[in-house]
Unconditional design. Structure first.
Length: 767
């Protein structure tokens, strides 16, 4: 058993060189990492050939270089090697990907397409999948990666195969399957901000025909944003716990049953550091009323959290189960994928961003329950014609609540609203590909979505503050919005033509359409109506290339998007400054991205990637523009209206889309350090990434400056690969940048800073 385990670890170590592969994110596995006592074998392992990577982006196992779509992949081991521990760090190695994160929201933007706050009633424009299960709530993106096989980033509209609201693309997190032989791993980590973590994995056979895998993780730190009041705890702290179990059962030669269950909870203040955008000025209301402004980039002056009680933190709990049954009929495979998921959240936000109890928000009773069923048939790849087809059935029931409290609302009172939405969706889809010759292949695909969303109700209430000072107590309901149902039907086609002029070279041209359903703006804590939102659509034209010449790989794509009726975040000042969604008119997006990977020597691999993006509103003549309240006519009649910001309508045609920097890029180097075999194995990694300035708001007034980030890491493994030690540093130049900046509100504005310079240490024991 020990001998077989050692052999498996040697193979795994050989593949462990950080891998980043695709039309947008390159991968290389040059030098092998396991160094045996046989120097000839070690030299063979260091062959500078870029390894073939197999992905399932088209619902079948295929080489990355053979599929005519822009898809990125990064292995779980390479994520660990460079300290990429969550989706928020992926943009550093993925051109044209941005990540916006605050409170309980984690919002990816691909090529300028995304959704900042996907409340119940609406969904993100970039879909997230956990193995085979769609995750409609954005909180899943906050979790740390653990026991991950790979991450796949599918760029561009995924209207056919991953059609549910994947206007901008899809991010797929694929976890590791159980192994046929016993394996176990234990890892401990520490680092900046008093970080401490533990991870354990056990995998192997349970009984004849039954394999199992169990993974668990704890990830904690004490935060990096300090409060000016030393009696209050730091914020941006993380406290995450996760457990996942996976079973694979083979009741017969043709049948495979895979069952996955997971549960996670994240109860902390990560995303809760709402720091005022403005110092003492009329634009920041609370500072003019006596509140204290922040005194530094990583300093918060807010009075929330009021204590370290769970009631005052961001409390996220979610879990689910998926059962996949595959039946092999030689010519095709029939599959049934059944999923269930439940997400819960409550938390508190300091909307005035000072130590003054002026305006706070409490999210209560946010709960989503999801059930999905997918049936699919996938042909074998043994003939010129390959195809797949299926039907996707989805049901969601969500409740969303938001309460406002503070001096702006009234002493000891909470004003809020609770809304409930039910979603039903049915979507048949199909795709076929035909090899006209050894050089030419054509692909056609389509999906037809039939969806309805029912606003069951939105109930407005008032309540006294409870004894803990945050959560509302007994509610007094005073208005219920009448129920309403909206329906959406959409056809999402796809056509691709690919050409292989020689071995290792593929060119392709594609047209695809993405569709994101409409819905309702929830929650609504004030007012007597709930606004509905129309669907958005995106038509994409793309030309791409994939070249693999052994020691060099150059992939890339140019693209053009015709974006219609896009859903844009705005601020509803009449509703307490909460975020709402409206439909803009049209926008155009065009750009390019490339990745070059070179196995320079048998020990040194270099990678260079970049993206250019131009994303503008073509027509948006009724957009929201933030203006200082003291400049409005209302200020003359009401002095209280002279603080903060108001919203005026204006023409935003020609303005940049939010979260769409013109330039992104990275440079990466991996070096297999020469060491005597008895010393073990040492690999060094360096990543330098750049993002040009961009805007958080459609009116282009809230800007994030350009940033350049430097990460580095060194990983050592013992000769037997039994022990591993990794040391890494992130943001080594101590760049000051933000995860998000909120648009102008009646209280001013706020931001959530990203971490400063940090380091980490990880020790692993493999059995």
């Amino acid at each position: 058993m020990l001998h077989r385990s050692h052999a498996r670890r040697e193979l795994r170590q050989f593949r462990k060189l950080p891998i980043v592969v695709s039309a947008s994110l390159m991968a290389v596995t040059g030098p092998g990492l396991a160094q045996s006592t046989d120097e000839d074998a070690a030299a063979a392992q260091r062959s500078p050939i870029i390894e073939e990577i197999v992905v399932t982006a088209q619902k079948r196992s295929e080489s990355m270089q053979d599929i005519p779509i822009a898809v990125s992949a990064m292995t779980g081991e390479s994520l660990e090697d460079v300290g990429i521990d969550s989706q928020s760090v992926l943009p550093q190695v993925t051109p044209n990907l941005q990540f916006n994160s605050s409170a309980n929201y984690a919002a990816p933007y691909l090529r300028g397409v995304g959704t900042q706050f996907a409340n119940p009633g609406l969904e993100p424009s970039v879909a997230t999948y956990f193995d085979d299960q769609y995750l409609p709530r954005s909180s899943a993106g906050l979790l740390s990666f653990t026991d991950v096989e790979r991450i796949e980033v599918l760029k561009g509209p995924q209207g056919t195969l991953y059609g549910r609201n994947a206007t901008g693309g899809a991010i797929r997190v694929i976890t590791r399957d159980p192994t046929e032989e016993f394996e176990a791993k234990a890892a401990l980590s520490t680092g900046s901000f008093d970080q401490r973590g533990a991870e354990g994995v056990i995998s192997g056979p349970i009984a004849d025909g039954l394999l199992g895998r169990l993974a668990a993780q704890i990830d904690q730190n004490d935060g990096y944003v300090h409060n000016v009041d030393p009696s209050k705890p730091d914020t941006q702290a993380r406290d995450q716990k996760l457990v996942r179990a996976k079973l694979i059962w083979n009741p017969g030669e043709r049948t495979t049953v895979k069952f996955t269950a997971d549960y996670a909870e994240k109860i902390d203040s990560e995303g809760q550091a709402f720091i005022n955008l403005y110092p003492a000025s009329p634009e920041q209301s609370a500072t003019q009323l006596g509140g204290t402004a922040s005194s530094g980039f990583y300093t918060q002056s807010g009075d929330v959290p009021l204590s370290e009680s769970d009631d005052h933190l961001l409390n996220t709990k979610f879990g689910g189960a998926t059962m996949r049954v595959d039946y092999d009929l030689d010519a095709l495979t029939l599959s049934s994928i059944t999923g269930y998921r439940i997400d819960k959240f409550h938390g508190v936000a300091d909307l005035d961003s000072t130590d003054l109890s002026f305006l706070h928000a409490t999210s209560t009773k946010i709960r989503s329950e999801i059930w999905s069923q997918e049936f699919q048939a996938v042909s074998a790849a043994a003939s010129p014609l390959t195809w797949l087809g299926g039907v996707y059935i989805y049901h969601e029931s969500s409740i969303s609540g938001l309460g406002l409290f503070g001096d702006a609302i009234g002493p000891g009172a909470v004003a809020g609203g609770e809304g409930e939405v039910k979603v039903d969706s049915l979507a048949p889809y199909g795709q076929l590909s035909y090899d006209f010759s050894s050089e030419w292949q054509g692909t056609l695909g389509a999906r037809y979505t039939v969806e309805s969303k029912e606003l069951v109700n939105n109930r407005l209430y008032t309540a006294p503050l409870s004894s803990n000072g945050v959560d509302p107590g007994e509610r007094s309901y005073y208005y219920t919005t009448p129920g309403e149902t909206v329906a959406f039907n959409e056809f999402s086609p796809k056509a691709v033509l690919s050409y292989r002029p020689s071995d290792g070279v593929m060119l392709y041209a594609s047209y695809s359409k993405g569709f994101k359903s409409g819905g309702f703006n929830l929650p609504v804590p004030t007012g007597t109506s709930v606004d509905s939102v129309e669907p958005e659509t995106l038509d994409s034209l793309e030309f791409g290339w994939k070249t693999d010449l052994g020691r060099m790989r150059l992939n890339g794509a140019v693209f053009y998007y015709d974006y219609k009726n896009l859903q844009v975040q705005t601020t509803d000042n009449e509703g307490g400054g909460i975020t709402s969604v409206t439909n803009a008119a049209t926008a155009s997006i065009y750009g390019l991205e490339f990745d070059l990977t070179v196995a320079a020597t048998d020990r040194l691999q270099l990678a260079l990637g970049g993206g250019y993006l131009k994303a503008e509103f073509d027509s948006y003549d009724d957009g929201d523009i933030g203006v200082p309240a003291y400049t409005t006519d209302a200020c003359a009649d009401d002095p209280a209206a002279c603080l903060g910001f108001a919203v005026e309508k204006g023409d935003l045609s020609g303005y940049d889309l939010p979260m769409a920097p013109d330039l992104t890029g990275y440079v990466r180097a991996t070096y297999d350090v020469p060491t005597p075999s008895e010393w073990g194995h040492l690999v060094a990694n360096v990543i330098y990434s750049y993002t040009s300035n961009f805007y958080y708001t459609a009116d282009n007034q809230v800007e994030e400056p350009s940033k350049a980030l430097l990460n580095a890491g060194v990983n050592w493994s013992s000769p037997s690969s039994r022990y591993e030690v990794g040391v890494f540093g992130q943001n080594l130049t101590d760049e000051e940048y933000n995860f998000t900046k909120n648009r102008f509100t009646a209280t001013g504005g706020w931001r959530v800073p990203a971490p400063p310079r940090s380091w980490g240490l990880r020790v692993v024991y493999n059995y």
